[in-house]
Write a new protein. Structure first.
Lengths: 664, 613
């Protein structure tokens, strides 16, 4: 559940009673009883627990204004060796390369152990804090807390100072180990107003807001008997506190978008800057404002404009267009895919100039797709940028106009029958976007047509397998000819996995074929069409006396459902709806006759469709079958039924056809 | 200090009608100027299309005080220069690796992609070293999974420098005598890419290489590699004075051993102490790759890498007057060949040997779960350098025997009228699987632990599995497993027949002999026994039962045996699988393939048949 609250200067106090056991919370002091604790009271199987994790963000005076000072103190009790890595700490910080940098100071860390009745405290050695560069702008401070073993308590604290007022630190109340107490305090000053989103939190155990006792000054200001003198002001911080107790560990579930979509947390975004003269500068207040700011942005709207001359150059010198718009869309999109390369990085902003991108022909998502947009526009076609949040980046919530929630941009092409395009994946057809982009909604950036579009994946990816089986009558082998034609995203994923590589393909067929004599692919280069693989070889049958059994679907379908959990709290996200179709023909060996065919099945509801029918004509058994998962995403309430169907599919498509020796 | 290029892993596309990317030329020149070594590597890469871009990403680790000089020249199809890149164009980050918490080395990311195909890259990497253990440690593969058209190594060695040569899969070289030096040249042509295979030697043994070892060197301290005793003495010098405990730790040792007089027992108590209070963390700074942190570092931090933890263990023993020796070793389940004739740095791990009157104790000091005096597949049966000053020598670690790798499973299977079955399993396991389970038990918790255990035990076909581990004795390499599980369709109906497929062994898939390129190496024996008792309540009354055939496949590589018995209300099937340890220079893969195929065929076909009366 998410909520949007604007921090306002109201005095609200609400304190939930502490449900958790009381623990010592003073840094540097632990109780013997805490060290003797053998298991987490709220999760006895946990290998460790966060005893407390407290953070405070406040604005501190610096020479030219304010910096945000974020202080954090965290204590963890380790119960088993499996969680010793909790004592290896890495804290990221940002350096902008233009003299402005975040700084990490006052790092302290201790371990506590019991030696008999004595509490042994051990701190970091001098020189034990390492600085590492992880990218151009990001650094890490790293340290390993000494003397840590099962039973230890560890704690650390640090102060992060940031000149970037946009970066009011966010806070996660939950992690992969349980948390007894997590609390975040934010002291705001009247000049900056933040919006925040909470996720996964129904009700805070601690929530209060109050005016700080301390009176602060800004600008030239002094009190005198004649009254206040100067053009500054006096103010008090508004202090907000959010706390959660007894937070369970976040346990991973399969088929989810991102842990970030579900973990309990609070995110902040600068929304308004108030000036001394009473005016206000709205950073983000509405989607309309966000739209305008993107259009004006140096690395977005202006990038599109600046790249148009290079797009024009290509259209004048290299690209030959046809009459038909549909054809030209394909020509232009495929041109970018073929002649430019994606560097693997997501971004909604260009990081290099359009000139540089045009020269290197390699760039991030924004550089690739915004350039594509210019190319389409220059060719006279309607095309708009659509910003979105990739699956691993988390969900977008339409109530919150936060630009940092987006990390990706694609292009909406055409006006009458618009479609989305992305130039980063050469293996996809021109009118398909990568699976990573399907994450509910995207926002169109446009001077007059801005707004939301749904980017749910409604396409159904189909695999069609034609299986021809000729069992031998005198051995437990059968000849097999297996042809698989994959359409849509299934075809794309097969293309990416197998390319045109026979060895890789043979490897992928090992569960179906015992021996592979011949393997080939068709359609590798035909991105818009199907991808076909064909294999000829041998597989096992089962022979027991007069009985010959054949597995007609040759292990293509897993014999156990991937949905193993009994219940489910989160949606099941398959990314795309999928259909598996089969046409199986089995040549009955001479001297044998069918003994047990597969039972015909027809089942359809709003979740799945299953259809299986077998017939015998002469010496050939034919099975026409399909199963279909109708949705890309299933809700937790649909899970029990979905699991039942999935178990059923696993069983049905792993049955055997049985023949017996014909009586003479 | 490293001068090896690391690469992004990539997949080589075998595209029909498409000429592959390849290394056209890889040439390395090594020259010595006074005591400094200069290495110039020049590589020409041919990139033919987008499919080849995996070959254009390089990660070059380097010592921050000694940044290599890089130049990359891009040439179009006509040989005309497109652009040139130098150091400033490449991004640099800290050198992150999975097993190192922190390293002071950096890594340079060379992005050599271009957009017009085909094109060539001429890459030049120049590095200088003032301290080194090898004049050359070179393989003609710039990238082992790319074919190489031509590779050349040239080294000019002053005549006053004594060297030793260590080569692998290298037929010849040429040498030219010059005024004060000799120039050696090795040339290779048309090398195919190398791919790992199962039951095969490690890749580094399969690759050609040339190593030139200076007999005298200065790496942190002056050293000599004329003999293993000399080389070991250099390692000894690096470790000198580091095996001293802090006073606190000395008192701790005294307290732990108070009243214990038996030497082996003392070693054991101290080993368990090491396991209980320390953890493996590698902080690689300065000469960290070879020079250990002193024992006092581990006393304070209670962590370290293999060298530091071994030195700490040595110091614990030394404090009680127990002599022990560091043993440098090349760890890995596939055993790398150590060239006995060329004393040099051929190792990547350190263990400890503690001589007793009649025996030697071997201690692996980085694992909290390894039993006392136990060397697993990681370090067993191989040569290591025992470091003992001028008496340093190569020693061989003990080999895992059959009884040390045995896996014994007992299944009680109750079959229900609805064709489902419940399983009660007891297993007594030794060897790599037991060590893996111990490690999972210690390092994972909750659902992840359960899932990994089921995966490792090959019980994924079961449902609702509950697994419990018992470690009967800390000294023991045995792990006991108890499990209960279900299978909802254990009995399959095939027309008039119902069949039960007995629980089977997990055997890795093997490639057809026609595709095999490498020799066979089984570095430790595999021995599995399973006894499964299948209970059917109305067995004799309701069914005519046909048991699987008894079989014994005797083979040069091992044997496989199945014995089936019909009891009053159950069917007992005992299976044994044995693969002998072997390392063969000749191609015996056909034999291995044929043995394992026969076993697989039997496992797939032989079932209990139930014919309803």
């Amino acid at each position: 559940m998410r909520k949007l609250l604007i921090l306002v200067l109201l005095l609200v106090t609400k304190t939930a009673p502490l449900m958790s056991q009381e623990y010592q919370k003073k840094f540097g002091v632990v109780w013997k009883e805490e060290l003797e604790l053998k298991a987490c009271p709220i999760d006895p199987e946990a290998g460790a627990m966060v005893v407390f994790d407290e953070g405070i963000s406040k604005f501190v005076d610096v020479e030219d204004g304010y910096e945000i000072e974020f202080s954090r103190v965290k204590r963890i009790k380790i119960f088993s060796e499996s969680e010793l890595e909790q004592a290896e700490i890495a804290i990221p910080y940002y350096v902008d390369g233009y003299g402005r940098t975040e700084t990490l100071k006052m790092i302290q860390a201790f371990s506590y152990n019991l030696d008999g009745d004595r509490v042994v405290k051990k701190g970091l050695e001098k020189g034990a804090i390492f600085d590492e560069q992880i990218s151009k702008h990001w650094r890490l401070k790293k340290f390993a807390i000494p003397n840590v073993r099962a039973g230890s308590i560890i704690e650390y604290r640090y102060v992060l100072k940031t000149p970037f007022h946009y970066n009011l630190p966010d806070w996660e109340f939950q992690s992969k180990i349980p948390t007894i107490h997590s609390q975040y305090t934010v002291a705001t000053i009247p000049f900056y107003e933040y919006s925040f989103i909470t996720q996964g939190v129904n009700d805070f155990d601690v929530y209060h807001s109050e005016l700080s006792d301390e009176v602060r000054k800004f600008g030239n200001f002094s009190d005198s008997r004649a009254g206040n003198v100067g053009n500054g002001i006096k103010f008090q911080d508004m202090v907000y506190t959010y706390g959660m107790n007894n937070v369970p560990a976040f346990k991973d579930e399969t088929f989810i978008t991102s842990i970030d979509d579900y973990i309990m947390k609070i995110d902040f975004q600068l929304s308004v800057v108030h000036q001394l003269n009473g005016s206000r500068n709205n950073i983000i207040t509405t989607w309309e404002e966000l739209n305008k700011s993107m259009l004006k942005h140096e690395d977005f709207g202006k990038y599109i404009k600046s790249s148009s001359k290079y797009a024009r150059q290509l259209l004048d010198e290299e690209i030959v267009l046809k009459e038909n718009a549909e054809q030209n869309y394909a020509i232009l999109i495929d041109y970018v895919k073929k002649n430019f390369s994606w560097n693997g990085r997501y971004s909604k902003y260009a990081l290099q100039s359009s000139k540089e991108f045009f020269k290197t022909k390699k760039g991030n998502v924004a550089e690739m797709n915004l350039f594509l947009l210019s190319l389409l526009n220059e060719a006279g076609y309607e095309a708009f940028p659509v910003i979105l949040s990739s699956r691993e980046h988390g969900k977008i919530y339409k109530d919150y106009p936060f630009v940092h929630l987006f990390d990706y941009v694609v292009v909406m092409v055409g006006k009458d029958r618009p479609f989305l395009a992305d130039a980063t994946e050469p293996q996809l057809p021109f009118n398909k976007i990568p699976l990573r982009c399907y994450n509910d909604d995207g926002f169109i950036i446009h001077k007059s047509l801005s707004g939301w579009i749904n980017i749910k994946n409604t396409s159904n990816s189909i695999n069609f397998s034609s299986i021809k089986l000729t069992p031998a009558k005198n051995s437990s082998k059968m000849d097999i000819e297996l042809t698989k034609i994959a359409y849509g995203y299934s075809g794309y994923l097969d293309r990416v996995e197998y390319k045109n590589d026979k060895a890789a393909l043979a490897n992928g067929l090992q569960s179906s074929l015992l021996r592979i004599d011949e393997v080939s692919t068709t359609g590798y280069k035909k991105k818009g069409g199907y991808y076909k693989t064909k294999a000829i070889g041998q597989a096992n049958t089962e022979v027991y006396g007069d009985i010959l059994a054949v597995q007609p679907f040759v292990n293509i379908v897993a014999d156990k459902s991937a949905l193993t959990q009994e219940t489910r709290k989160l949606p099941v996200d398959f990314q795309y709806a999928q259909t598996e179709k089969f046409l199986v023909t089995v040549n009955i060996p001479a001297g044998f006759e069918p003994s047990a065919l597969l039972k015909d099945v027809v089942l359809e509801d709003d979740l799945v469709k299953i259809d299986l029918k077998s017939t015998v004509k002469g010496s050939v058994v034919t099975i026409v079958a399909e199963y279909q998962y109708k949705k890309a995403v299933y809700s937790p309430s649909e899970y029990p039924k979905l699991k039942q169907h999935s178990d059923h599919i696993a069983k049905l498509f792993n049955q055997s056809l049985v023949f017996k020796k014909a009586t003479p | 200090m490293r001068f090896v290029l690391l690469f992004l892993m990539g997949v080589v596309a075998n595209t029909s009608g498409y000429t592959f990317a390849q290394v056209i030329d890889y040439s390395t020149k090594v020259t010595l100027i006074k005591d400094r070594k200069r290495v110039l590597e020049e590589v020409t890469l041919q990139i033919n299309g987008k499919e080849d871009l995996w070959l254009t990403e390089y990660y070059l680790p380097y010592d921050v005080s000694n940044e290599p000089e890089i130049e990359a020249q891009f040439l179009d199809a006509n040989g005309l220069e497109i652009k040139k890149l130098k150091n400033k164009h490449f991004s640099k980050t800290s050198d992150f690796s999975y097993d190192t918490f922190h390293s002071d080395d950096k890594i340079m990311h060379l992005d050599l992609s271009w957009h017009t195909y085909p094109y060539k890259i001429k890459l030049s990497i120049s590095e200088e070293y003032d301290q080194y253990l090898f004049l050359v440690n070179w393989s003609p593969y710039f990238k082992f999974n790319a074919p190489t058209k031509q590779a050349t190594l040239q080294i000019e060695i002053p005549n006053n420098i004594s060297i030793a040569l260590d080569t692998n899969r290298v037929d010849y070289y040429t040498s030219v005598e010059m005024e004060n030096s000799t120039q050696f040249t090795w040339k290779f042509k048309n090398l195919e890419k190398i791919k790992g295979e199962s039951f095969a030697p490690p890749l580094e043994t399969l690759m050609p290489y040339v190593r030139v070892v200076p007999q005298s060197f200065n790496y942190k301290v002056q050293g000599n590699a004329s003999s293993w005793s000399d080389f070991g003495n250099w390692v000894h010098q690096l470790n000198m004075g580091k095996d001293v405990l802090t006073l606190d730790e000395q008192l701790k040792v005294d307290a732990l051993l108070n009243g214990v007089t038996d030497k082996k027992e003392q070693v054991k108590i101290l080993y368990y102490y090491l396991q209980d209070v320390t953890r493996y963390i590698n902080v690689d700074i300065g000469y960290g790759g070879l020079e250990p942190y002193p024992a006092s570092y581990v006393c304070k931090n209670k962590f370290g890498d293999c060298k530091a933890l071994s030195v700490f263990m040595k110091a614990l023993l030394k404090h009680k007057g127990i002599e022990s020796f560091l043993v440098d070793i090349h760890a890995g389940s596939k055993i790398k060949r150590i060239n006995k004739n060329v004393p040099s740095q051929q190792f990547n791990h350190v263990i400890l040997a503690v001589p007793l009157e009649t025996d030697t104790l071997w201690l692996e000091n980085t694992s909290s779960t390894t039993p006392f005096n136990y060397l697993g597949t990681f370090t067993q049966n191989r040569l290591g350098l025992l470091v003992d000053g001028h008496s340093s020598r190569l020693v061989k670690t003990p080999a895992l025997q059959n009884n040390e790798v045995r896996e014994h499973y007992v299944y009680e299977v109750n079959i229900k009228p609805d064709h489902s079955a419940t399983f009660q399993v007891k297993a007594a396991l030794k060897g790599p699987l037991a060590m893996q389970l111990k490690s999972i038990d210690a390092n994972l918790s909750g659902l992840a632990k359960k899932e990994y255990l089921i995966q490792e035990l090959n019980w994924t076909a079961f449902e609702k599995t509950e697994v419990g581990l018992e470690m009967p004795d800390r000294d023991s390499a045995k792990v006991k497993v108890r499990a209960v599980a279900k299978a909802s369709s254990f009995v399959r109906d095939l027309g008039p027949l119902s069949i039960i497929k007995p629980v089977s062994f997990k055997l890795d898939p093997l490639r057809d002999p026609s595709e095999r390129k490498q020799t066979v190496a089984v570095y430790y024996p595999i021995h599995k026994i399973s006894e499964a008792n299948y209970h059917l309540p109305n067995l004799t009354e309701d069914f005519e039962v046909k048991l699987p055939e008894n079989v014994r496949l005797e083979h040069e590589m091992g044997y496989y045996e199945v014995i089936c018995k019909k009891l009053e209300r159950s069917i007992l099937i005992k299976k044994t699988f044995q693969l002998y340890s072997t390392e063969s220079e000749s191609m015996v893969y056909d034999k291995l393939f044929s043995f394992l195929s026969e076993v697989k065929q039997y496992e797939a076909q032989n079932v209990i048949q139930l014919i309803k009366k």
